[in-house]
Each structure stands twice: as structure tokens, then as C-alpha cells.
Design a binder for this molecule. Structure first.
Ligand SMILES: [Zn+2]
Length: 309
């Protein structure tokens, strides 16, 4: 049977996790009355130099060596989040989807979401930190849009929506083929979900205790989500902070459209996180990517959560 003969719903059902998945690939955190579930989309493996494009190669090599990491490809986690606040179910980002054969270990958000008991039909809101393909790709998978509600709200900053009408890649270190993929994914996304957009300038309360706020830097409209309830806080940091950012906030990531501004943004966010003690979840920190940020002299330290299981 060819793919064309299988209905989209059937495709999703056939991709349900097999029993040989090593871990459930989801991790739940309670923030006051709000439930946050981190779901792994899998792993990306970009070239290690894209983690620090402006670094001295010897220093970058030493950083990798000290952590027993490959100098060729970097095992880059890809996480998305489900938030339940009141009667709303909110997806924050959606993983990379299925269109990118170069990243065979990613694109698992759809079936892992279903395995976590979250029906696409129940999702009331989507929040996008930005419109790169590893964040919107999961929404472009065949059959996904059809299963989502007709009154779905998609929250993205106005600056982000504007940027992708004529995106500038001149300060990134993305190979032309990846830049083309990024352009294509953003166009496809706007085509499919443009009529669902709820844009905001600086920030917007998506649900009680769930506020999305523009930071800029990584992309002009890049945003983070601050979740707070009963005195507890958690920030979803999107692509503001990477594994190298704590030791080297000045290292540019190859996917940053304004790397100088991205450095200022991460320093500002790390200061805020260290001062407030808020939990942080980031797209590309190792799963489950739940931790806190501590001040350490002039720098900051990532303090992973001790798993509760
Ligand atoms: Zn990303």
C-alpha cells in the first residue's frame, strides 16, 4: 500500500511508540496549579562548530573534550512542551516534523504527544518561540492540522511574523540549503496557520499564569514563555540558551540571526533566572531540560533538576 492510500490518522497511529523506546521521552513538572510536560522530539546532530561559530577552534575543542563530546556532530536535544492551565491546553513549539531526512533521530513529537495522552483535538493554543523549522515542523506533518480545532489560536510575536516575509540570513552561519529549508517551512506554516495567528508586540497572556514575551536576538521576534502559579515559576527559554551558553555566553550559535543581540538576551535572561530561582526549560538543553540557573562569579551555572520519578 502506498502512502497516498493511508489516511493521515492511520499514519499517526502506525507511528505510535514501539515497546523498545528506552524511556517515555516525557517529563512532567507541576508549577503551582499549572501542569507542564516536556516532550522530546528526539535529537539533532548539527556540526559541532555551529554551536560556537566565533570561538577559537582550540577552545571550542577543549570545551567538547572536557565533556566527552564529539568534535564532528553535536548531539543537540530538541524539546517541546505542553502546558495545561485552567481549561486550556497549550503547545509550545512542535519539534521538526518529518520532512528532514538529514535528521533521522528527530521528528518524534507527534507520536510521543499521543503516547503522553494529549489529543491534538484538545489543544486550544499553540505558542511559537520563533518560526525556525525545528520549532514549527511538527505542525506541518500531514494530518496534524486537520485534527486541530477550527478555533485554534496560534500566538507568535508580530516581529516574528513580519521577519519571515523577507528573512535575513546574513549574520547566521546556516548553509544555504538549511536557510532554504527555513524559508520554505515558514512559508508553509503561514500558509497553513496564518488565519489562526494572534500576534503580540511585546507580550501576551495566553492563559492564566502563562505569558509569552518577545526577547529578540535569536530571531527578531524570538520569545520566551513565563509560567507562574502560586509563587512557583518556570520559563520556557526557546533558543535563547544553549548547552554552551553558561560557560560561554559570548559564543555565537550558527542559527542566530543577530548573534550580538542573542548574547545580550541570554545574559539578561540568565541574570533574571538566577535572581528569581525560576525553573528553566530550553528547546536544546539535554532532556528533560529542567533546571535552574545559578550565579557563578561573572558567569552562570546550569543546575539540572533532580528527577522525580
Ligand atoms: Zn531551535
Amino acid at each position: 500500500m502506498s502512502n497516498a492510500e493511508i489516511s493521515p490518522r492511520k499514519i499517526i497511529q502506525q507511528e505510535r511508540p514501539t515497546p523498545d523506546e528506552l524511556v517515555p521521552s516525557r517529563y512532567a513538572v507541576q508549577v503551582g496549579e499549572i501542569e507542564v510536560v516536556v516532550i522530546s522530539d528526539g535529537m539533532l546532530t548539527p556540526p559541532a562548530e555551529s554551536m560556537a561559530t566565533n570561538a577559537n577552534p582550540a577552545e571550542r575543542g577543549a570545551w567538547l573534550d572536557e565533556r566527552f563530546l564529539s568534535k564532528e556532530a553535536f548531539d543537540w536535544a530538541l524539546n517541546a512542551v505542553v502546558v495545561r492551565s485552567g481549561d486550556q491546553t497549550i503547545l509550545i513549539d512542535s519539534g521538526i516534523g518529518e520532512e528532514y531526512p538529514d535528521f533521522p533521530r528527530a521528528g518524534q513529537f507527534g507520536h510521543r504527544l499521543e503516547a503522553a495522552g494529549v489529543d491534538l483535538e484538545s489543544v486550544t493554543d499553540v505558542v511559537l518561540t520563533h518560526m525556525h523549522f525545528d520549532h514549527v515542523g511538527g505542525l506541518l506533518v500531514e494530518g496534524v492540522k486537520e485534527r486541530m480545532r477550527a478555533d485554534l489560536r496560534v500566538h507568535v510575536s508580530a516581529a516574528e511574523a513580519k521577519f519571515w516575509k523577507s528573512p535575513d540570513f546574513s549574520l547566521t552561519a546556516m548553509p544555504p540549503a538549511l536557510a532554504d529549508l527555513a524559508r520554505k517551512a515558514s512559508l508553509e506554516f503561514m500558509d497553513m496557520f496564518g488565519s489562526h495567528l494572534r500576534t503580540f508586540d511585546e507580550q501576551s497572556e495566553v492563559a492564566p499564569g502563562v505569558v509569552v514575551a518577545r526577547t529578540g536576538g535569536h530571531t527578531p521576534g524570538h520569545s520566551v514563555v513565563r509560567i507562574s502559579s502560586r509563587g512557583e515559576r518556570l520559563m520556557f527559554g526557546g533558543d535563547a540558551l544553549f548547552p554552551v551558553s553558561f560557560d560561554h555566553p559570548e559564543w555565537h550559535n550558527g542559527f542566530e540571526h543577530d548573534p550580538e543581540e542573542a548574547t545580550r538576551v541570554r545574559l539578561r535572561l540568565m541574570k533574571e533566572l538566577a535572581e528569581t530561582g525560576s525553573w528553566l526549560v530550553s528547546t536544546h538543553m539535554p532532556f528533560p531540560s529542567v533546571g535552574r540557573v545559578a550565579a557563578a562569579g561573572d558567569l552562570y551555572r546550569w543546575v539540572p533538576a533532580w528527577w522525580d520519578y
